[in-house]
Design a protein around this ligand. Structure first.
Ligand code: PHE
Length: 504
């Protein structure tokens, strides 16, 4: 490139000004290459002035070039007609015969004789001049000015020529004109500063458009690693993943569908983030909504209900979902609408939001691991059995259950596992069997039972990676090197009983 740049400078020193297109012809170089060399001259300062120009050129199309070379379609037809006449069918075999034929007819070069039946074409004149070919040759050799405008118009219509706009530069000597390109310094060194040599040197301009060197990074966050382990376990056990792509939920699906009474403290703004815009949702399945209202206020399905006045206004309030059990409710309702009930196992792992006071173990948003099994006549025994298998795959074999209360499950159990590091039992999740007030209202068959559980994703992740403060895992204070250093998560189930992944 430097060579071409200096060639341009040498030429310009005797021929000022000069156009870059003229240079590309003269040097027999691609115009783009000339422009590239110009750019590198410009990077060295004001050696040349480049004034942008845009010129319209007439250029032959591929078809035009072929005609300039071998003659027009009409001339080819004329030349193929023998002195006695040639059958039209024969002439039509020539390429572009249709255009050639009609042009030759209208030029009065040939005529058609139909007397003998099949049409015969005869010459009408003895000699022709192929002006189309002659004109295209003229254009090709750069004498476009000799062609009348209406003729150019016609050729354009016939797609023999086309107009192209060529952007070029007119070059002239600049204030710092020189015949050679001084090498530009790319770096300012300590040596240049101490010796003062920098004053005499030329520096390369900064190129702010240059792409940076790709960084050697991109690591999976520990939460994502543990999430994929959980997902793997669910998939191995035959669960399918629920859609959870809605952080915003209505109170209806988050609370009412779960038989959570409207005056329950969890519905307080102290525990729940309500949404101000859009404030409400109004699109609920009509009949189902009526049944929910009925079961809350009057009871049904063997229940006496909560006996309060259920208000649609309360159910309409939008919020950031406080648990993924809202998504389970939507899925179970959908399942109940199917013609025939099919036993189903579902899971999800996604974000939930609670208006918590932040501390070392609480954030206002965290991830919930949720599992749901709907089948005929499953029992609490099945729930415990499923847990044994699920947690064994996590490497946890010592489990304890404690009776608990949830508005939507009965019985409910908190799940504890033994934490070797801490030397005590710690709570890892909550579970239960969904209440008939919830399931029968949705329309599920009488003997279908649904067992479900919810765990936090953060807790096992903190334990697995030895973090004591949840803010070391999520938020602005996360140490990115921790993310980079953390090994892949394997919730190993081959360790000694009880030790499991939960030791810190
Ligand atoms: N939704 C419960 C929670 O947020 C977890 C849970 C899910 C409990 C399913 C029982 C059944 O803690």
């Amino acid at each position: 490139m430097t060579e071409l740049s200096e060639r341009i400078l040498r030429h310009l020193s005797d021929n000022d000004p000069v156009n870059t297109v003229a240079l590309s012809r003269l040097f027999n170089e691609d115009h783009q290459k000339i422009i590239g060399a110009l750019k590198s001259i410009q990077a060295h300062g004001d050696l040349v002035l480049a004034k942008p120009q845009s010129d319209k050129f007439i250029e032959l199309t591929e078809e035009g070039k072929m005609i300039a070379d071998t003659g027009s379609h009409e001339a080819k037809i004329f030349n193929a007609v023998s002195d006695e006449g040639t059958a039209q069918a024969e002439l039509m075999k020539i390429p572009n015969a249709k255009v050639g034929f009609s042009k030759a007819m209208s030029a009065g070069w040939i005529l058609m004789d139909k007397n003998g039946g099949a049409p015969i074409i005869k010459k009408k004149v003895q000699k022709i001049v192929d002006t189309v070919q002659a004109n295209l040759k003229l254009i090709l050799s750069g004498h476009v000015a000799q062609i009348a405008d209406n003729v150019k118009q016609e050729y354009k219509k016939r797609k023999l020529i086309q107009e192209v706009v060529l952007k070029s530069f007119e070059l002239s000597k600049g204030p710092d004109f020189s015949l050679t390109l001084a090498k530009l310094e790319a770096d300012l060194t300590a040596e240049m500063l101490t010796t003062g040599s920098w004053q005499a040197l030329k520096f390369k301009d900064y190129n702010f458009d240059a792409l940076g060197v790709p960084l050697d990074c991109g690591y999976l966050h520990p939460l994502l690693k543990v999430r994929s382990e959980f997902r793997q376990i669910f998939l191995e056990m035959g669960f399918s993943e629920m859609p959870t792509n809605n952080y915003i939920e209505s109170s209806f699906w988050n609370f009412d569908a779960l038989y959570q009474p409207q005056q329950h403290p969890a519905r307080d703004a102290h525990d729940t983030f309500f949404i101000s815009d859009p404030k409400i949702s109004t699109n609920f399945p009509e009949e189902y909504k009526e049944r929910v209202k009925e079961v809350h206020s009057k009871g049904g399905y063997g229940s006496i209900g909560y006996r309060y006045e259920w208000k649609i206004e309360e159910a309409q309030k939008n919020l950031l979902r406080t648990h993924t059990t809202a998504n389970s409710a939507r899925m179970l309702y959908k399942l109940a609408q199917e013609k025939e009930f099919k036993p189903t196992k579902l899971f999800s792992i996604d974000k939930v939001f609670r208006n918590e006071t932040l501390d070392a173990t609480h954030l206002a948003e965290f991830n919930q691991v949720e599992g749901v099994i709907a089948d005929y006549d499953v029992s609490l025994g099945d729930l415990i059995g499923v847990f044994a298998e699920f947690f064994k795959k996590l490497g946890i074999t010592e489990l304890e259950f404690k009776p608990a209360y949830n508005p939507y499950t009965e019985p409910s159990m908190e799940i504890f596992c033994f934490h070797n590091g801490l030397g005590k039992w710690i709570e890892i999740g909550n579970s239960g069997m969904f209440r008939p007030e919830m399931l029968l209202t949705m329309g599920l068959p009488e003997n279908v039972r649904v067992i479900a559980w919810g765990l936090s994703l953060e807790r096992p992740t903190m334990i697995r990676y030895g973090l004591n403060n949840i803010r070391d895992l999520v938020g602005p204070k996360v140490d990115l090197e921790m993310v980079q250093r953390s090994p892949i998560c394997r919730l190993d189930n081959t360790r000694e009983e009880g030790k499991a992944f939960v030791h810190a």
